[in-house]
Write a protein that binds this ligand. Structure first.
Ligand code: PLP
Length: 377
């Protein structure tokens, strides 16, 4: 049996090596390393995949979030609501722009922003909500979009973990993650569901004028070369990454199917074991799951369980071990232990098992065997 990895990027590469190598060689031969033809070609292919939306590539997912907030003209002091159980990037760009991150509690079952607590957080300074489709399943967009509409707020979707997931609205409309809000943001970090071989990101919007502003902000604030209308940033997807992504996009749905098959295997195995004290990921009815992570909750002694798995050659990860409101950089307004009880509890119970496009049957069987072994000690 091959050594188990959280994410096996090597075998994923080997499966499509001839296509990837050819795409890279073509860029090398062209030497069009910045804004070469693959960048526009990939943006157009991704737009088509997402159902027709403006796609603006950029350098990484964190930049995408920052550019979104700059393009929307958010001003220092403006308040932006985000889930407190998320990756730091979401909060970081808010703070960096002098905006005020307003943390919101998440739902204990879905790990996503709980809309029932949202309205209480809205003040006259609130300008935007940033739902995160954590671990690959869409947040409750029906409710979030309704609240945003009622209070005239922008919705910036952080779909870095959910590219390929789809959400069904009550009226039957189906939308892909990242295409429901004012702007959608994603990341092509290598381990993401659609990952490149370095850093990459993109923004999505249905609004043509906003797409143009995003393009300008991402390109030094210039519409015309050397004419800077806005304060911008330098954030580009380089041609090599675009060429790789253009190849990999064709496999995204297959990758999502593979991830779902792994999740189904875990669901079934853990249910059969009937292990008390482990909760498998909850599936909402109105979103598909891209399974960026397969995250269980371990009621007691999560860290001892993690160490046991580690010793048996089963890697796991904790996303995220310290809630944002308890991080040194984000301590504010007297938040402390107890401020977000659900998120704090999740930081002590969540555990993500290996899941990717390459994990083998034999490895999955071994992992479930090790888990059974632990609980029958
Ligand atoms: C990965 C990730 C980001 C940041 O993406 P980078 O490309 O690493 O900058 C932002 N938000 C979430 C939820 C992520 O998982």
């Amino acid at each position: 049996m091959e050594k188990i990895k959280m994410v096996d990027l090597h075998n994923q590469y080997l499966r499509i090596k001839p296509e990837i190598d050819a795409a890279i060689q073509q860029v090398l031969d062209s030497t069009a390393f910045i804004q070469g033809p693959p960048v526009a070609a990939f943006a157009s292919a991704l737009s088509k995949y997402l159902g027709g939306i403006h796609v603006i590539p950029c350098a990484n997912g964190t930049d995408a979030l920052q550019i979104a907030m700059m393009a929307l003209g958010l001003k220092p002091g403006d308040e932006v609501i985000l889930p407190v159980h998320t990756y730091v990037a979401t909060a970081e760009v808010i703070a960096l722009l002098g905006l005020v991150p307003v943390f919101a509690e998440v739902d204990a079952r879905t790990f996503n922003l709980d809309p029932s607590g949202l309205e209480a957080l809205i003040t006259s300074r609130t300008v935007a909500i940033v739902p995160v489709h954590l671990y690959g399943q869409c947040a409750d967009m029906e409710a979030i979009l309704a609240i945003a509409k009622k209070h005239s707020l922008h919705v910036i979707e952080d779909s870095a973990q959910a590219l390929g997931a789809a959400y069904t609205f009550e009226d039957g409309t189906i939308r892909k993650a990242g295409t429901m809000g004012t702007i959608g943001c994603t990341s092509f970090f290598p381990s993401k569901n659609l990952g490149c071989y370095g850093d990459g990101g993109a923004l999505f919007t249905h609004d043509a004028a906003l797409a143009e502003t995003i393009r300008i902000v991402a390109n030094h604030g210039q519409r015309v070369k050397y004419q800077h209308d806005l304060v911008g940033v330098n954030s580009r997807l380089d041609t090599l990454q675009a060429a790789i992504l253009e190849v990999k996009l064709k496999y995204l749905d297959d990758y999502t199917r593979r991830r779902n098959a792994v999740a189904a295997h875990y669901d079934k195995a853990l249910a059969n074991m009937n292990v008390r004290g482990i909760t498998v990921p909850y599936r909402v009815a109105n979103s598909t799951h891209a399974f960026h992570q397969y995250t269980i909750q371990v009621e007691a002694n999560r860290d001892a369980f993690k160490n046991y798995l580690e010793a048996k050659g089963v890697p796991t990860m904790i996303y995220y071990p310290i809630p944002l409101h308890l991080q040194q950089a984000y301590l504010r307004n007297g938040f402390g232990r107890g401020s977000f009880a659900i998120t704090e509890r999740l930081s002590e119970t969540v555990l993500s098992l290996p899941i990717d496009t390459e994990i083998q049957r034999e490895q999955l069987d071994y992992i479930t065997e090790v888990i059974t072994g632990y609980f029958s000690q």
